[in-house]
Ligand binder design. Structure first.
Ligand code: SF4
Ligand code: SF4
Length: 345
């Protein structure tokens, strides 16, 4: 199959066309931090500044705060009113491959024993348009985590930078259908394909941070009770929760009711296993001490998730390294997990 290409100058026209069918979201700094926001119909300035968003794209499907339902006390119990459903499906333009992989990982959680209707209703008809990275951060290590700056595995379409144009790889049937309806694209030439190949290689080579995860699940299993190691690992963490709230694969949430007289609203909001109250129960808190919470965060991603879903719940996006106020670095932690023979009990 021959790929198509689109000129960078024509991206606004492309998004305009897609806006007829989808609610188009693109990288934006309108809120003060880089995040996906509904496209304003003209701005494509993100093509200049965008490396990755601070707020991961999980926020489009699992918002930081959302209304689950409203309730009202009636004569025979409570009447429940679900929130209005979004009318249009979302198209995320510019998602990075590491974050698209994170969405595939989150799908596993939200489709597991209990199917989460809030997340899945948004996710079901959404379209992910990937934008390959050309300028990864020093903190990125996606190539060690089974993906790469231009990996198209988890998107519907992938755009690869080839200079003045983007080459468009059609990945899924949904992506192909959209391209078939899109006007103004040109067929990519052999020269364009060669440029795309080179662009992918250059981007791959720019990810210089490496992490060896060989045997990590077993190493973490063996070192679970090594209190000395975990206390040392947790020492400088200030339990701010940033690394978990902004991790694209983290999904902890809290549920609260707001009640005024006989009427109320139930909300859910992002929470973090890094917060002392997260596991507080009437009789005890099994993770009162910080080192137990840090252990939970690391083991959940690199030990428990692989045990349940056979995949490490870290995509190497590097956000937790870039954004941690005290330079706690998950790659250094994973590298320092003791081997079986080194474990101290
Ligand atoms: S961002 Fe850093 S300081 Fe904050 S909870 Fe994570 S490791 Fe701890
Ligand atoms: S643990 Fe860190 S590097 Fe891994 S996916 Fe989460 S934020 Fe990204």
């Amino acid at each position: 199959m021959t790929n198509n290409k689109v000129s960078k100058k024509d991206i606004a026209g492309l998004l305009e066309q897609w806006s007829q069918q989808f609610a188009v979201f693109a990288p934006s700094k309108a809120s003060g931090v880089a995040a996906f926001a509904e496209w304003d119909g003209k701005d494509t300035g993100f093509l200049e500044w965008y490396r990755n968003t601070v707020v991961p794209p999980k926020a489009s499907f699992f918002p930081p705060m959302e209304e689950m339902f409203r309730f009202q006390k009636g004569e025979e119990g409570y009447n429940i009113k679900p929130p209005p459903k979004a009318e249009r499906s979302q198209l995320l333009f510019g998602i990075r491959p590491c974050d698209a992989r994170a969405m595939a990982i989150l799908d596993m959680t939200f489709k597991d024993t209990y199917e989460d209707p809030y997340y899945l209703s948004r996710r079901k008809n959404a379209l992910l348009v990937g934008l390959g990275c050309t300028n990864p951060y020093e903190s990125c290590f996606c190539t060690s985590m089974g993906t790469s700056p231009t990996d198209s595995t988890d998107v519907d379409l992938m755009l690869v930078d080839i200079g003045d144009d983007f080459l468009i790889e059609e990945v899924t049937d949904k992506g192909k259908e959209l391209i078939a309806k899109t006007k103004g694209l040109k067929e990519a030439t052999k020269d364009d394909e060669a440029k795309a190949k080179q662009s992918k290689k250059t981007a791959y080579d720019r990810v210089t941070r490496k992490l060896d995860t060989e045997g990590i699940k077993d190493k973490l299993l063996a070192s679970f009770d090594d209190e000395g190691f975990w206390k040392k690992t947790a020492a400088k963490c200030i339990s701010c929760g940033i690394c978990t709230l902004l991790c694209p694969t983290c999904f902890c949430f809290d549920i609260n009711d707001e009640l005024v007289k006989q009427e109320g609203t139930r909300f859910r909001s992002w929470d973090s296993c890094g917060f002392p109250n997260y596991t507080k129960m009437p009789m005890e808190n099994p993770r009162q001490e910080k080192w137990r919470r840090v252990r939970q965060k690391v083991c959940h991603k690199y030990e428990f998730y692989p045990m349940t879903f056979d995949v490490i719940a870290c995509t190497g996006c590097g956000r937790c390294i870039r954004l941690c106020p005290v330079n706690w670095d998950i790659t250094r932690v994973i590298e320092s997990v003791p081997t079986k023979t080194e474990v101290k009990k």
